[in-house]
Design a protein around this ligand. Sequence first.
Ligand SMILES: [Zn+2]
Length: 474
Amino acid sequence: MYQAFVGLEIHVQLLTKSKVFCGCRAAFGDEPNTNVCPVCMGYPGVLPTLNRQAIVQAYLVARALDCELSESAVFERKNYFYPDLPKNYQISQLGSPVGRNGRVDLDLGGSRRRVPIREVHLEEDAGKMIHAGDVSLLDYNRAGTPLLEIVTEPVLERGEEAELFLQYFRRMVRYLGVCDGNMEEGSLRCDANVSVNRPGKGLGSKVEIKNMNSSRFVKKALAFEIARQSGLLDRGAPVAQETRLWNENRDLTEAMRSKEEADDYRYFPEPDLPPFKPDAAFLLDVEKGLVELPSARRERLVAEYGLGPDQVDFIIDEKSRADFFERTVALGADPLAAASWLGSDVKRLLNREGVELAESPLTPERLAGLLVLLASGRIHGKIAKQVLEVLFAEGKDPETIIRERAWEQLIDAGAIAKLVDEAIDANEKAAAQIRAGDEKPVGFLVGEIMKATSGRAEPQLVRSVLKERLAKSR
Ligand SMILES: [Zn+2]
């Protein structure tokens, strides 16, 4: 038996308007090399300036991870040559990063695992190489966009735990509004270091794994790598300290290069940027950016509204969805009904139309309106589903829809009594059977009345009036 030690290095592309050290637009998908300037291309003599939005977001993430915030964050040059790095160095942080010694309490399906966060540091991203046939093309739009790196201590033991951590983390940065969390497009990237050793012997040789662009691949790659290293140790073979790539087509990791040590990068303080010293106004801005995080919100929604485990997981998965839910409840909807509609009929329509909740014609006001109509008995369940369909198609309020289509439920006892009498007259044989004590035809007569009213009559009321009428005349 071996013990595995897994640490994660997560890169987060911050959602800022401009790059971290110059004024170029930071955007995904623009025409190549249109968002560049002498600063991010590293021309001689230009001066970088720190983007306030980026450094606020960096401290915000560090704060949300319970880090000790740096009173003097230092930027350093990390020197290396790579074609997508036009300056031949990357501005990063080594000695005094934005935050250190944080933690996440991870919920592992019932048990809790504390994952210490070693550090959070801010750096600039490199450009992008695009390989097309025999040539490699370079797009520098991404060069200089703000990148936040979060490093955990190697305390995770299995691929599943790393997957859960990454899901937790992704949800957190989306709640904070600092990253869209899109792993396929690379705005959230994850590398892992893995070492395996006999229990009690501490860390083994460290292998870094790259190229895992979904949380599922993180789980698979780590399971593979833990098994691979265990197999080597079984045979008494050494585990090489190296960087390996996850090959998603072959479901295995492949050696890429031997791992550099920090010394190889010849870090030195960036002479053109002074250390960043947050003042009170800055720290206040950071505090203002803090929102109730998903785990806290999950607990509160269960306590406050009695949501079940699956319901609450669905509701809190997106901040916008949780906000939508709470607004709907505040407008008078029953919490369990609101959660259940959001997780079933609303979800189905959103999928069918291919739209997000926020872009759809459904608003908290409209959903609350619909659920109040349903709860007060003015419409019944089947009609409510139809109202939702029309709402999506025509973008109207539920009240307007039921008025225009005369879908309001018939709950007037007098009107129902009249319908019952007509049904009795038209179905004398069935009525006689009921009078004689045979209950079987009751369902048939109720059905006839429902048909005559296009389903608008309140079925329980119809049933009770019908029984009353036929009992009286016995
Ligand atoms: Zn620039």
